[in-house]
Ligand binder design. Structure first.
Ligand code: PRP
Ligand code: URA
Length: 211
C-alpha cells in the first residue's frame, strides 16, 4: 500500500493558512507555495540515493556525496509550475518535463492537452508536482503517463489533498507514495477541496478575474 506522508509542522500550518485565506494576494500566495514546496521537497527526497566521491576542502581531502539517479520533475500545468523553482533550488540537476492537464468544468475529469516527455530513456526517479489532489483524476492520468514512459520510481507531491484523491491513487497505484502538507475534509459538489484554498492555478497566475 502506498505511503501517505503528511507534513506535521507548525510552519507548514502557518504558510498553509496564508494559502487558504481568500484575502491573500497573488504574490504572497506564490511565495507560500514556494515555501511549502521546499518543505515538501525536503521530506519527499529523504530517501534519494547518493554516492561518495573524493573532494578537497581548503584544508584536506575528504569524501563528499553526489546524487546517483537521473531525477525528473513533472509539473502538471498550470498550477504545478509554482512548485518547480523551489524543487530546482534543491536539485539543480533535475530535468523538468511538463504535462498539460486541465479538469473539464462540468465532469471534473482530466483532459490531456500537452506533454513534453522525451522519446528516449526515462528518468530513474520522478516527482509529480501539483498543489491540488482533489478527485485524483489528474494525478492518476499523470501517473499512468509516466509509467507508460517507463519511470519505475514516482512520488506525488501535493500541497493539499482530499481523501477521495488519496483513495483513488491507492486503489489504482498501490505502490506510489503521496507527500502533502494537509488532508482536508473532502470535496464539494463542484469537486473542489473543502475547506481548501480555491483554484490553485487561478490564484498562482492571478486569473481569477477578481480586482
Ligand atoms: C487543478 C489542479 C490539479 C487538478 C486537481 O488543475 O492543479 O491539476 O485541478 O483536480 P483532480 O484531482 O480532481 O484532477 P485545473 O484543472 O484547475 O487546471 P489549471 O491548473 O490549468 O487551472
Ligand atoms: N483544483 C483546484 O485548483 N482546487 C481544488 O479545490 C480542486 C481542484
Amino acid at each position: 500500500m502506498s505511503a501517505i506522508e503528511v507534513l506535521n509542522h507548525p510552519l507548514v500550518d502557518c504558510h498553509l493558512t496564508v494559502l487558504r485565506k481568500q484575502s491573500t494576494p497573488p504574490g504572497e500566495f506564490r511565495q507560500s507555495v514556494r515555501r511549502l514546496s521546499t518543505l515538501l521537497a525536503y521530506s519527499a527526497t529523504a530517501g534519494i540515493r547518493t554516492s561518495e566521491y573524493p573532494i578537497e576542502t581548503p584544508l584536506q581531502t575528504m569524501k563528499g556525496r553526489q546524487l546517483v539517479d537521473r531525477i525528473g520533475l513533472i509539473p502538471i500545468l498550470r498550477a504545478g509550475i509554482g512548485m518547480v523553482e523551489p524543487m530546482l533550488d534543491l536539485i539543480p540537476t533535475a530535468e523538468v518535463w511538463h504535462l498539460g492537464l486541465y479538469r473539464d468544468e462540468t465532469t471534473a475529469t482530466p483532459v490531456h492537452y500537452y506533454s513534453k516527455l522525451p522519446p528516449g530513456s526515462p528518468v530513474e526517479l520522478a516527482f509529480i508536482l501539483d498543489p491540488m489532489l482533489a478527485t485524483g483524476g489528474s494525478a492518476c492520468l499523470a501517473l499512468q503517463t509516466l509509467m507508460e514512459w517507463g519511470v519505475r520510481d514516482i512520488k506525488m507531491l501535493s500541497i493539499l489533498a482530499a481523501p477521495e484523491g488519496i483513495e483513488k491513487i491507492q486503489s489504482q497505484f498501490p505502490n506510489i507514495d503521496v507527500h502533502c502538507c494537509a488532508v482536508d475534509e473532502g470535496l464539494n459538489d463542484q469537486k473542489y477541496i473543502v475547506p481548501g484554498l480555491g483554484d490553485a492555478g487561478d490564484r498562482i497566475f492571478n486569473t481569477s478575474g477578481q480586482p
